[in-house]
Design a protein around this ligand. Structure first.
Ligand code: NDP
Length: 296
């Protein structure tokens, strides 16, 4: 049996953790809001830990899935944090969409204590998380990954080595910046077409058979905007964080990215207007409001 600790049972974390509740895994879970961990353990084979420190003390593999690297740092160093309790020889897999510099500094600090670290953000959303077919982009040493491959394969299908520690985070941030660009650009285009008198269903039928298509036009907008369902699967606040990471990376590397920068500004203001709890696709509502149209 592999002893695994999982910290962060949010929208996607709880679905990833569910794949580790059967043999050959022995799972301990911790969540800031304890009631979520208790209800998880009521329906899955898992023990609830009382603190991050309690969760990791016997773990061979520690998985974190928190909003950003800031919270990962906080549960390492905060009160009853993990740092002092991590066992020598343990491997920490951070499934947070984190930021590369923080992941590198965590890896260096843990390395000094004989604990290995890989950043392993995921994509595919809650649907792929449920079916255990996430894409996992990981950064770190191959020899470390091989020790935890069976754990990652329990929830990932396409598993790709992005490079050294931080490379998984970098790739994830840029992927999500592209997602954000596609959501806004597709909604802008559809707003124009609605005003021009074209039915958005007809417009998408053509776009999705043509070169303007994307996951936003093929899936997100038909399933969530035209239906006005707007289910909450991935918070807009988290996508805002991801585009922010991509923007900072571009600045640090001296790469000119005006489209990503403008999209970052637009998502940041959407977050201020719509709040912390709405889904990322609700950013479309800002374009609808500005233009007095509904895409439906
Ligand atoms: P949620 O916002 O649903 O959950 C966040 C989790 O972090 C909760 O368990 C929350 O605890 C915990 N948390 C928040 N703040 C703190 C803190 N200060 N200290 C300790 N724990 C804290 O996020 P998701 O599960 O959606 O996302 C997790 C990560 O995965 C993010 O980095 C996100 O960008 C990424 N991701 C998400 C996808 C999705 O479809 N949802 C897809 C791909 C990546 P509590 O219950 O107490 O609030």
């Amino acid at each position: 049996m592999t002893r695994v600790a999982f910290l962060g049972l949010g929208d996607i974390g709880s679905l990833i953790a569910a794949h580790l509740t059967r043999d050959p895994f022995e799972l301990v879970v911790w969540n800031r809001t304890a009631s979520k961990a208790e209800s998880f353990a009521a329906s899955h084979r898992a023990r609830v830990a009382s603190s991050p420190s309690d969760a990791v003390k016997n773990a061979e593999v520690v998985i974190t899935c928190l909003p950003s690297s800031v919270e990962v740092e906080a549960i390492l160093h905060g009160e009853a944090g993990m740092l002092e309790s991590l066992a020598k020889g343990a491997v920490m897999i951070d499934c947070t969409s984190g930021d590369p510099p923080t992941s590198r500094s965590i890896a260096a600090e843990l390395g000094g204590r004989g604990v290995e670290f890989i950043d392993a953000p995921v994509s595919g959303g809650t649907t792929a998380a449920k079916s255990g077919s996430l894409t996992v982009m990981w950064g770190g040493e191959v020899t470390v990954f091989e020790r935890v491959r069976n754990v990652v394969e329990a929830f990932g299908k396409k598993i790709v080595h992005a490079g050294p520690v931080g490379a998984g985070d970098a790739l994830k941030a840029v992927n999500n910046a592209l997602l954000a660009v596609h959501i806004l650009s597709t909604a802008e285009g559809l707003a124009v077409l609605v005003k021009a008198g074209v039915d958005p269903k007809v417009a998408l039928d053509v776009i999705n058979a043509s070169s303007g298509r994307s996951n936003s036009s093929e899936n997100l907008i038909p399933q969530r905007v035209l239906t006005r369902a707007f289910p909450r699967t991935f918070r807009l606040a988290l996508l805002d964080k991801d585009i922010g990471i991509a923007s900072v990376m571009a600045d640090d590397l001296g790469v000119s990215t005006p489209i990503i920068s403008l999209t970052a500004e637009r998502f940041h203001s959407a977050r201020e207007i719509l709040g912390e709890d709405v889904d990322h696709v609700e950013a479309v509502k800002i374009i609808e409001q500005e233009n007095g149209v509904e895409i439906k």
